[in-house]
Design a protein around this ligand. Structure first.
Ligand code: BMA
Length: 340
C-alpha cells in the first residue's frame, strides 16, 4: 500500500508534540491543554469551538466566545506559536458589502479558510433561527459579510480550501430550530460563493458506533491528501445525563466530495480529561480547525472542550489514515447521492 501524504503548504512553526511513549492512540492531546482557559479576555467568560489559520508567519484565530452576559460572539486573536493567544476583548465588527455596519445578533462555531488570497469565515448566525453566516476578510481588519449561503436552519458550515472542478464547495448540516433530530452532513456547490445548489448528501449519522448515532457535523476545513479530503468531524450521542460529543474522521473523494471513500467507525477522541468532561456543557469534544504541515505530515487539531476551553491535539497523516482505513465502515445512506 503506497503511503498517503498531505497536498499543501509547509507550516514550519506548527504546534507539535510526539505521541507519548507507549501510546497507540490515533490522536494525542497537547500536554499543556487547555491552551485557552476560562476568562481569556476582559468581558469574555469562555472561548471554545474556534478556528485558526497561519497568517504572515504567525497564526490568526477567529474565536467563539461567550461574553459575560452569555451571548456568543466572534473574537479575533493572534499568536506566534499557535498556543499562546492574544485575544482582542472587543468582538469582531462586521460590515455589509456597502461598508455599513452589519452585526450578527449572535455568532458561534466559526470555521476559517483561506481560498486564493482571501480568508472566509463561516459561522452559525441568526437568520430567523440558527443558520450559516459567511464573511470575507483580506487583512483581519475589515470583515465583510456576504450573502447568507443557505436557507434556515443550518449549522456547521465548512468551506473547502480550494475550488473543485471550478466550483466552491461547502459542507453543512441542515437542521431545525432546536437540537435537531435530523443530523446528516450535506455538500453544496457554488460558482461564486453567492448562489448555492447541486446539494448532495455526504454522510449519515448512525452506524455501528453509537457515539455518532444522534447527529454529526463537519468540523475542521478538510485537509487535501493524496487519498482524498481528510475531514475531522463531530458526532453526538444521547445519554441519561445529556449529549456526548466525540471526534471522528472520514476521507472524501478528491473530485467528488459527496463520495465517502473511508469513514472511521470508531471515534478518534472522546471526552476523557477534566477539561473535556467538566465545564459549561460537560462531555464535549468539538473540532473546528486542523492545520497540516505537508513536508512532515504533522497535523494539529484545535477543538472546543466542554463549551469552555480550547484544546489542541496531534496526529500525523500516516497514523490517522491507517486508523481510518482499518476501521472503515459505510453507514447506511453514505453513498446516497441525495438525488432522490
Ligand atoms: C451544539 C453547538 C455547539 C456546542 C454543542 C454542545 O449544538 O451549539 O456550539 O458545542 O452543541 O453544547
Amino acid at each position: 500500500m503506497s503511503k498517503n501524504h498531505i497536498i499543501g503548504n509547509a507550516i514550519p512553526n506548527l504546534p507539535w508534540e510526539d505521541r507519548p511513549k507507549g501510546s497507540s492512540a490515533p490522536v494525542w492531546r497537547h500536554s499543556n491543554n487547555p491552551v485557552i482557559g476560562r476568562n481569556p479576555a476582559p468581558g469574555v467568560a469562555r472561548i471554545f469551538n474556534s478556528a485558526v489559520a497561519p497568517w504572515e508567519g504567525r497564526y490568526v484565530g477567529i474565536f467563539r466566545g461567550d461574553a459575560v452576559n452569555g451571548r456568543p460572539c466572534l473574537y479575533l486573536g493572534f499568536s506566534g506559536d499557535g498556543l499562546i493567544w492574544d485575544i482582542d476583548p472587543d468582538r469582531i465588527r462586521f460590515q455589509d458589502e456597502k461598508g455599513r455596519p452589519y452585526q450578527p445578533s449572535y455568532a458561534y462555531d466559526p470555521r476559517l479558510v483561506k481560498i486564493g488570497e482571501s480568508y472566509y469565515i463561516v459561522w452559525c448566525t441568526d437568520f430567523k433561527g440558527a443558520s450559516l453566516g459567511l464573511a470575507r476578510t483580506d487583512d483581519f481588519k475589515t470583515f465583510t459579510r456576504l450573502e447568507n449561503p443557505l436557507l434556515p436552519f443550518n449549522r456547521n458550515g465548512v468551506l473547502f480550501p480550494r475550488k473543485i472542478g471550478g466550483k466552491y464547495y461547502m459542507l453543512s448540516r441542515p437542521s431545525d430550530g432546536g437540537h435537531t433530530p435530523f443530523g446528516d452532513v450535506f455538500v453544496s456547490e457554488s460558482p461564486d460563493l453567492t448562489y448555492w445548489g447541486r446539494h448532495r448528501h455526504v454522510m449519515s449519522k448512525g452506524g455501528d458506533g453509537w457515539w455518532q448515532n444522534l447527529k454529526i457535523g463537519a468540523g475542521a476545513v478538510p485537509i487535501e491528501t493524496r487519498e482524498g479530503w481528510l475531514l475531522f468531524y463531530h458526532g453526538a450521542t444521547q445519554t441519561c445525563s445529556g449529549y456526548v460529543y466525540s471526534m471522528g474522521a472520514a476521507i472524501l473523494d478528491s473530485d467528488e466530495p459527496s463520495r465517502v471513500k473511508y469513514r472511521c467507525g470508531d471515534f478518534l477522541l472522546t471526552p476523557e480529561t477534566w477539561y473535556e468532561e467538566r465545564g459549561f456543557v460537560p462531555n464535549v469534544v468539538f473540532p473546528c480547525a486542523a492545520l497540516a504541515d505537508a513536508p512532515t505530515g504533522r497535523i494539529a487539531i484545535y477543538y472546543g472542550c466542554a463549551d469552555t476551553y480550547v484544546g489542541v491535539a496531534y496526529t500525523d497523516i500516516e497514523t490517522v489514515t491507517a486508523y481510518i482505513k482499518t476501521r472503515s465502515e459505510t453507514i447506511d445512506g453514505d453513498q446516497d447521492t441525495g438525488r432522490i
